[in-house]
Design a protein around this ligand. Structure first.
Ligand code: IPD
Ligand code: CA
Ligand code: CA
Length: 255
């Protein structure tokens, strides 16, 4: 299954990169800043076709196609283009994310960043890898020496769950905060030790399915804002190198 996910992610990712100069048909989804293009839909079709060929009975949850429900214990959770706003602006920070669940437990995750040629892979219990090399979270121990990453939901104008205040709280407590625009890449960067902590509210299963497993398999920690374990449906995600986890929880719990 990991191999199928890798091949599907690479095929779709290459399609994304090669589509960057195409004329985009942009539609709005949940809000005026929540975009979808024909490229998102076509990339999802590439992935679903690859999976269906090998595993016709498995359930698929794709961002653009909804859920195809079967009795299978396996479920593929797909974001064919994570970072659509970046993509529509020609900003090369976007990826394909594919996670595979078995009876509700994530067993494999793949994220492919076609612009940097970076393939992130993980299988439960077998570690996390970037282009075949083992990766680990950072060893930064102090929040003030940490680079944090976050993102904002598409209804940020309503400031859900103190999203704006939480951003301000961290601004003065960390070394730096980055907003890349692709939650799947954000989580991969925590796994690879390029950043130390990530938090965001109201992400969707396809944004985080692969990324959560990658962080955990790289030695990091992923919880909600109270420190409890989460799954792909959780509305709040905190992913860190583990060492700064409690320091970040303390800041999040100010709200
Ligand atoms: C979005 C990105 C972004 C996050 C948004 C997501 P999309 O996914 O992951 O970083 O802040 O909440 O919806 O719409 O580009 O697939
Ligand atoms: Ca997404
Ligand atoms: Ca998407």
């Amino acid at each position: 299954m990991l191999q199928t996910a890798i091949e599907a992610a690479q095929k779709a990712g290459t399609f994304l990169r090669e589509s960057k100069d195409k004329e985009l048909k942009i539609e709005r989804k949940s809000s005026s800043i929540d975009l979808v293009t024909q490229i998102d839909t076509e990339a999802e079709k590439i992935i679903v076709d690859s999976i269906r060929k090998k595993y016709p009975d498995h359930t698929i949850l794709g961002e653009e196609g909804g859920e195809s429900s079967t009795a299978s214990p396996f479920r593929w959770i797909i974001d064919p283009l994570d970072g659509t706003v970046n993509f529509t602006h020609g900003l090369p920070i976007y990826c394909v994310s594919i996670g595979v669940e078995h009876n509700g437990t994530m067993i494999a995750g793949v994220v492919y960043d076609p612009n940097n040629g970076e393939l992130y892979t993980a299988e439960r219990g077998k570690g996390a890898y970037l282009n075949g090399e083992r990766i680990h979270v950072s060893d930064t121990g102090k929040l003030i020496e940490s680079v944090l990453i976050t993102g904002f939901p598409y209804d940020i104008h309503k400031n859900p769950d103190y999203a704006i205040e939480r951003f301000i709280d961290f601004l003065t407590q960390a070394q730096a905060i980055r907003r890349l625009g692709s939650a799947a890449i954000d989580l991969c960067y925590i796994a690879a030790g390029r950043a130390d902590g990530f938090w965001e509210v109201f992400l969707k299963p396809w944004d985080i399915a692969a990324g959560i497993l990658l962080v955990e398999e790289a030695g990091g920690k992923v919880t909600d804002f109270k420190g409890n374990p989460i799954d792909v449906h959780s509305p709040r995600v905190l992913a860190t190198n583990g060492i700064i986890h409690d320091q970040m929880l303390k800041v999040l719990q100010q709200r």
